[in-house]
Structures are given as structure tokens and as C-alpha cells.
Design a protein around this ligand. Sequence first.
Ligand SMILES: *Cc1c(COP(=O)(O)O)cnc(C)c1O
Length: 446
Amino acid sequence: MKLHGTMKINASGHLEIGGCDTTELAERFETPLYVLDEAHFRQNCRNYYRAFTEKHDGIVIYAGKTLLTLAVCHMVAQEGLGLDVVSGGELHTARKACFPMEKVYFHGNNKSAKELQMALDYKVGRFMVDNQYELKLLGRLARESGVTADIILRLTPGVEAHTHEYIKTGQVDSKFGIVIENGQALETVQLALSTEGVRLRGFHCHIGSQIFELESYSHAADVMMRFAAAVHRETGWAPDELNLGGGLGIYYAHGDEPQPVEHYADTAIQAVRSIAAQYGLPAPRLMVEPGRSISGPAGSTLYTVGAVKDIPGIRKYVAVDGGMGDNPRPAMYQSRYEALLANRASEEPQETVSIAGRCCESGDMLIWDIKLPSPQPGDILAVSATGAYNYSMSMNYNRLPRPAMVLVKEGHADIIVARETYDDLLRNDQVPARLQEKQKVVKLAR
Ligand SMILES: *Cc1c(COP(=O)(O)O)cnc(C)c1O
């Protein structure tokens, strides 16, 4: 397993993260346990801030859907980044964490009137408008509230990033955004420019996720700026903001080769500036929305090994006390992960095994065919790069309580999400009075 961030193997041969021995974390907080490496998370934020904001006056907006808790909001705000939210729930989290609302960007392809109103009341920085229905609805709500909403139109540039089918979002046939090539985008710009209650500021696109080829971004910038030039010719209006979305790939497992953030920034900014110059437009302010590349590598999950089942000549299954409930990605996307035995981290891997989750689904397999030093019941398995789309996608299938999350730094470990209890699982359950009457036994006639 590649060691991420502050990870190291200590003198006892245990995996350490943020100066904390992970076997002690497992003992103290129980497993499964999400561990977030604070120094690593902040470093990832800073890399973006330096590369885009300090160097090019760009705006970096953390994609909250990857991992959002109150503590995470505090760190993101302290690092000077903006925040993408996609729902009333994420917006509420930002608000409760006192996140500066002018730095909040509200995304989503079907925001409800209630959510839009909430965002207007909170005065979020930008509404990322996905479609004409939303544009009209937002315009009406803003007029009724006597305010003007700053908006950015989400467009589909028709760029397909080379990535997994489920996480390609920039192509024409997509539920997200407005299509450029068939004229709908231009029509929507005209509608936006004539809609009272909204002020059009720029364009957005998001071409996919887990992207390793930076040319995908220059290609997208090219399509977007070409469109901006066409809009300028038609309407005389030009965007002052261009948001190129997120999607920078990270290292999960062998074969993943992430690009450095500085290259990403330089590639994107150069593409935008040169094309703007070519069309005689002022270069718009560049915005990016990284999620996975900030939170992903900073998170790990600790599990305890339980049943080990060998099917001779076929496969050895090593079952852990979590699985698709805390990490649905392998089941959803066939995602790959790396892992090691945290309590025997310096031992040589000599056996190929497969890591099974504990849910009642054959598809609940965390890792197929991984080399480990012969796992035994009671060993602690650490899976790396689980910071993004794990806790945020977690669920209570099989009525498994969601794990706790600890934030580790320089030997300190603090709970930032408490472990769910069995009673938490019942919190919203209700039993109608008629079911509480003495149960009648209905005998079926034979
Ligand atoms: C998911 C998403 C992001 C973040 O993507 P990552 O791959 O996690 O960087 C950014 N913007 C939009 C619109 C998204 O849907």
C-alpha cells in the first residue's frame, strides 16, 4: 500500500497516521473507523490555493459532496477555499459551521423551490443553474424576495473525459447542464440576460471525475471559450467567470498516476488565456471545484478482520466488520483500493486474498485479490484513500450503524463524527397506534 500524507510505519511495526498508532485508534474508538489526516487534508487545500489563487487569481471551490461535516467546513474555510453544495442538507451544514455564505456555490440539477429560497435567504455567492426550468424558478423567487441572484450557467461542452462510464458527465447525452452544440445554451444565455432577478456571471462545465489527462481540461476550456466568443458576437455580453469543475484523479491503487495540481492550474489557465486572446475577449476569472483530490487521499478506514474462509484452489475470503455500508464505491463503480494490516505493517505480504464486507450482498466485496501477510481474525485492516465519497455515500443497509470519524494530527485524535448507535437507527421510526393494540393472531383456514 502506498503511504499517503503523514502515514508511516512506526517502531512497533504499526501503521501510524497523524502521529497516532492506528491499532490504538481501533482499540479506543472501535472499528470500522474513518480516520482523517488533518495535515494532509489541509496540505491538499493549500496546494490548490497556491497553484490557482496565489499564482493566477483563480477561485478554488471544495466539492462538499465528497466529504462534508462541520469540522470539514471549518478546515475548508480556514484554508481560504470556497464550498460547493448540492442540497439543502449540505447548505445547512455550511450554515451551521458559519461558512462564509458569499463563498458558497449552489449546484444540483433539480434544486427545489424550498432549497432555492433557503439559498436566497442565506445569500449564497452563486447559483449554478442547470436548466431553464431552474432559471425561471430562481428568477421568480428572487424577484419575490426583492433580490438579484448571481448565477453561472452549467453547460455540457461535449467533452468526454477518459474515465469510467458512470462518472463521465461532460458529454451531450447527460442529465447535467445545457447543451452547447444544439443551440440550447445560447438560447438559455439570452433567457438569462433578459430574466429579471438573476445576474449572469459566467459559465460552468464539469467533464468527469478521476481524470488523469490534463488535455481534457484544455479541451473543455477551448470549447467553453469558443462558446463565450459566439455569445459575445450575438449579444455583446461576455462572461467574467469560467468554472471548469473538478475531477482531478488521485492515487487509489497501482496504475493510477495523478497529475500535480500546479500542472493542472498552469494547463487550465494557459488554455483560457490564450483562447480568450485569440477571440479578443478579456480572460474570465478561472474557478475550479476539486473534491476527491482534496479529501480522498486524506482519509483511511480501519476495519477488524473476522471470518477468514478458504475455498481451496479457488479463493480465500477475509471478511471485515464494514463494507459497502461505509464504502459503496467498489459495489457501485468497481473501484479499486489498497490496504495493509495496520498491526503487522512491516510484515511481507505473501498471500493473495479477497476482502469481503459484512452486508448481505454478494457484491459487497471491498478488494479483490490483494497481497497481504496472511490475515488472521482480530487483525486491523487499513484501507487507504477513502476520504472522498465514502462517509458521504454511506448508508444503513442491514441496519448497520455508520462508523465514527476521527481527525488526527500530531498525535491527537478527535471525534468529528460520532459513531451511530442502534437507537440512532430507530430515531425516525414510528409505530401507528393501531399496531400497538394487542396483536391479533389470524388463523388461516386449511
Ligand atoms: C462531483 C463534482 C465535482 C468534484 O469532482 P471530483 O472528482 O471529486 O473532484 C465538482 N463539480 C461538480 C459539478 C461535480 O458534480
